[in-house]
Each structure stands twice: as structure tokens, then as C-alpha cells.
Design a protein around this ligand. Structure first.
Ligand code: PEP
Length: 254
């Protein structure tokens, strides 16, 4: 079901003490966020338990930044879906371009992770996005559709409708060079049309989103929210971004 979602991907930032402090500050004014908006915070693994404690009883959901597809076994350094579920994690970011680039994650790895997440009741936030080279060659839609089709291969349409996709042009991540909103909207239209079920999934934009440009994205019909890196690291900034997303709407989006 399409929902307005803002997920803060903290990447490799903030330990336990900083996580506690952030959440206390974020929750102080969180009542200004419309009830229809889902907010997800994705701290590093080491801060998940502290974040879960601090978020208990709030409307904010907990997310993880990746996971392995296996439940347990000889996978040194990895974290499994049931380990995340046990901590109260609801969402898991999968296939982020940084994991694809630095950890060699393939489209097929992402497919296994998506299936495992769903099996364990976790909501996958599946990242797709093209490189600058692919973008300049006019191959953005082709590349992200290919990524989406592989990531969701073999899953029924009902499962896809419950997933979240994040369209993150790689050249826009952490660069301050955000993708024009109408252009992002067009790519998302192609993603929605690529598989049955995705028409009803929530699709987020990610790539240098901030409090000043967020409303332009949310005004586009295909864009349901944001996966936010840099601008989610400060509690006030992230809260302001979410408040600016739907000016005057009072949370009336689906
Ligand atoms: C991200 O890493 O998912 C991201 C969108 O980062 P940023 O907002 O910093 O571009």
C-alpha cells in the first residue's frame, strides 16, 4: 500500500550515546509530524538496541541498513533477519549503492535478501539507481527496471505491494547534486510499470534530499517519500525536512 515514508539512513554514523541523544531530541517535537507519515530511523547495527529502547511507545519505526539472507551460520561479520526482528526492527534497507560498490553486492544478492526479509516479516526498502555514466547514456530507466525485476523475481504481486523501493540515482547520493523531481518521477513511473504489484508499493526518492527541496519531490504523483542520508543526521534538520514535505497537507497523501 502506498504510504508517505521518510527513512533516515545514518550509514556509519553515531554510536549508542549519540543515538540516544538524537532520538530524545527528535521525539521532543515529533507530534508535529502528521500521523499518516511513517518515519524510519536506520542507525548502525551497534545502536539498534538502544534505538529500539528509546523509540518504544513512539510512532517512529526502526530500520537496519543491510542484512544477510541466511538465518544463521558461518558468515563472519554478518547479521541475520531473525536477529533484526528480535530487536524490533521493522524495515531493512537492501541493495544500497554503497553496499553494491564497496561490498560487491549483486542484483542477485539483493533478490535473496528481499525474499529473506519478507519471510521474516521485515519490510525491505530496496534501493535501485543508475551510475552517472548510465544516466548520461540515457539508460537510467533500463538499469533500474533491471534491478527491480531481479530484486523481486519470483515474488507474488501482493508481496511487492507491501515493499518499499528507493530510487537513488548514484550520482545524486551525498553529492548535493539532486535529480530533478520530474525526472525522478518519470523513472519511478517506469519502476511501477515494471512488475505487477509495484503500482501499489511505496516508492521513495533518495539523493541529496533536504528540507528545501523535499516539497518539490512530494508534489510529484509517483513519489511517496524519501530515503535520506546526510540530512537525516541532525534531528532538527530531519524533522524539518519531514514537516516541509507536505506543506499545508496535514498528511492527506495516501
Ligand atoms: C542515501 O545514502 O541513501 C542518501 C540518499 O544519501 P544523501 O541523502 O546524503 O544523498
Amino acid at each position: 500500500m502506498r504510504q508517505t515514508i521518510f527513512a533516515g539512513n545514518w550509514k556509519m554514523n553515531k554510536g549508542v550515546a549519540q543515538t540516544r541523544e538524537y532520538i530524545e531530541r527528535f521525539l521532543t517535537h515529533a507530534e508535529a509530524i502528521p500521523e499518516t507519515v511513517r518515519v524510519v530511523l536506520a542507525p548502525p547495527f551497534t545502536a539498534l538496541e538502544a534505538a529500539a529502547d528509546h523509540l518504544y511507545g513512539s510512532r517512529i519505526d526502526l530500520g537496519a541498513q543491510t542484512m544477510h539472507w541466511e538465518e544463521h551460520g558461518a558468515f563472519t561479520g554478518e547479521i541475520s533477519p531473525p536477529m533484526l526482528a528480535e530487536l524490533g526492527v521493522t524495515y531493512v534497507i537492501l541493495g544500497h549503492s554503497e553496499r553494491r560498490a564497496y561490498e560487491g553486492e549483486t542484483d542477485d544478492d539483493v533478490r535473496r535478501k528481499v525474499a529473506a526479509a519478507l519471510e521474516h516479516g521485515l519490510i525491505p526498502i530496496v534501493c535501485v539507481g543508475e551510475t552517472l555514466e548510465e544516466h548520461d547514456a540515457g539508460r537510467a530507466q533500463q538499469r533500474v527496471v533491471e534491478q527491480a525485476r531481479t530484486a523481486f523475481a519470483g515474488l507474488p504481486a501482493e508481496s511487492l505491494a507491501g515493499c518499499v523501493v528507493a530510487y537513488e540515482p548514484i550520482w545524486a547520493i551525498g553529492t548535493g547534486r539532486n535529480c530533478e523531481s520530474a525526472q525522478a518521477n518519470e523513472v519511478m513511473e517506469a519502476i511501477r510499470a515494471s512488475l505487477p504489484g509495484l503500482a501499489d508499493a511505496s516508492i521513495l526518492y533518495g539523493g541529496s534530499m533536504n528540507a528545501d527541496n523535499v516539497a518539490g519531490y512530494l508534489a510529484q504523483p509517483q513519489i511517496d517519500g524519501g530515503l535520506v542520508g546526510g540530512a537525516s543526521l541532525d534531528a532538527e534538520q530531519f524533522r524539518r525536512l519531514i514537516e516541509n514535505a507536505l506543506p499545508g497537507a496535514g498528511g492527506s497523501r495516501p
